[in-house]
Design a protein around this ligand. Structure first.
Ligand code: FAD
Length: 392
């Protein structure tokens, strides 16, 4: 078991930290006060800088022009990006390794490669009103009609739809040899028959909205199907694994920033003649937070190292759940303690702890709730045992 960062990972983390600190963080307050929006041109500049750094290509294979970085290096990058609030680090699209196995050669050219250059922005439409934790229950259908599929259904919480040009939608095949099997489809963001039912307000202040979308007999060509009829859940699991690991990394980054800022405040804030860091109840909150972060970071980096070692896919699935469960629960505890250390200031929206307390809450819900992560871990224990699940 080895997960020390090598010099390349350390260099990448330093670059990502500079990008986060110098380019993204200065706009947090403005985003918070303006429904997530940035001044004209700023989001475009952030994306251009991200593309120049290679952030959209970290996971893409070298054979297709990607950087093919080890997962441990990617996690080190995402830890740094996670230090920023208001989702300002979501400023670029990301071509993930699994896409180059799932997509056809034509789809790699039309979608994956443009993602690497910031020219294709994809959102994911899986969840429905009656199918969240269990996506196998989706009611959206795709019925074959000649050289097209006709997609009908309603999708909830479609993150970044307002900024996307393409939707990857999961649907159950209706009719034919694979009736009921799931498949993913590329769908343009604004075709005939696709409409926004509503755009609900959420707890965080992001420029990325999460609308409810209605697909009313939307026609997509057969060449837009990803893989075969029946491949849908497998690819969704590949997406979940990547996202869960990177959520864990971002949660570690959030905790790092929270502890740094709360520590600086505790040293400077004088109450009853002493800096509050002198008070043992404050010390305990900082110590518990440092311990929480240290453990979560080790678990997350070990899960990344397990990818780089080429561990069994099913084991990796559980390991990503473990990392996400632990880190997301940890980040919320750390954010809550940071608010407490800041006192009344911690309840003000221009305070980083206040924003993170709202923002990291959803990490315990999306890409599978904490309860669902526990079920995945428990299933791995039941089927493969403790040692296979977490190592000896
Ligand atoms: C801000 C936001 C953005 C999102 N973005 C996207 C997106 O881009 N694309 C997309 O497709 N989806 C997206 N989602 C959906 C998200 O993945 C789901 O909300 C999540 O998977 C939970 O589903 P649900 O909300 O339907 O909860 P439910 O499945 O209704 O669960 C309700 C509660 O029951 C618990 N529960 C369910 N089953 C079990 C069980 N077997 N045992 C114990 N407890 C259980 C859950 O843990 C939860 O506490 C987003 C959600 C949010 C809030």
């Amino acid at each position: 078991m080895s997960f020390a960062l090598d010099p390349e990972a350390i260099a990448w983390a330093a670059k990502a930290r500079a990008f986060a600190d110098e380019q993204l963080m200065p706009y947090e307050g403005e985003a918070e006060m303006n429904a997530g929006r940035l001044p004209p041109g700023v989001a475009e500049r952030h994306e251009r800088l991200a593309v120049e750094m290679g952030l959209p290509r970290l996971d893409a294979p070298k054979a297709h022009g990607g950087l093919g970085l080890p997962m441990l290096t990617q996690v080190a990058v995402y830890e740094q990006l996670g230090r920023v609030t208001n989702a300002l680090c979501w400023c670029y699209p990301e071509a993930q390794a699994w896409m180059f196995e799932a997509f056809s050669a034509d789809q790699i050219e039309r979608y994956a490669k443009p993602m690497m250059t910031g020219d294709c922005h994809v959102c994911y439409a899986i969840t429905e009103e009656d199918a969240g934790s269990d996506p196998s229950e989706i009611a959206t259908t795709a019925r074959r009609d000649g050289e097209h599929y006709v997609i009908t259904g309603e999708k909830w919480h479609v993150t970044s739809y307002n900024l996307a040009d393409t939707v990857i939608v999961q649907a159950a095949i209706a009719g034919g040899d694979h009736d009921g099997a799931h498949a993913l489809f590329f769908c343009p963001a604004h075709p005939e028959g696709l409409s926004v039912v509503r755009t609900p307000q959420y707890t965080h202040t992001y420029n990325h909205h999460h609308p409810v979308l209605k697909f009313d007999a939307v026609r997509v060509p057969v060449r837009n199907r990803i893989g075969k009829e029946g491949d849908g859940m497998g690819y969704t699991h590949a997406w979940f694994r990547h996202e869960r690991l990177m959520i864990a990394a971002r949660c570690c980054g959030a905790a790092e920033r929270l502890i740094e800022e709360a520590l600086a405040f505790a040293k400077a804030r004088i109450v009853s003649g002493n800096p509050i860091i002198a008070y043992q109840l404050i010390q305990a909150m900082l110590a518990d937070s440092a311990m929480d972060l240290h453990a979560a970071r080790l678990i997350t980096r070990e899960a990344a190292a397990a990818h780089d070692r080429g561990d069994d896919l099913k084991v990796l699935h559980a390991r990503c759940s473990l990392a996400k469960l632990n880190a997301s629960e940890m980040a919320f505890r750390v954010a809550d303690r940071a608010v407490q250390i800041f006192g009344g200031r911690g309840y003000m929206r221009d305070n980083v702890a206040e924003r993170f307390l709202r923002e990291v809450r959803v990490d315990r819900i999306w890409e599978g709730t904490s309860e669902i992560q526990r079920l995945i871990i428990a299933r791995a224990l039941e089927r493969r045992g403790l040692e296979a699940t977490i190592g000896a």
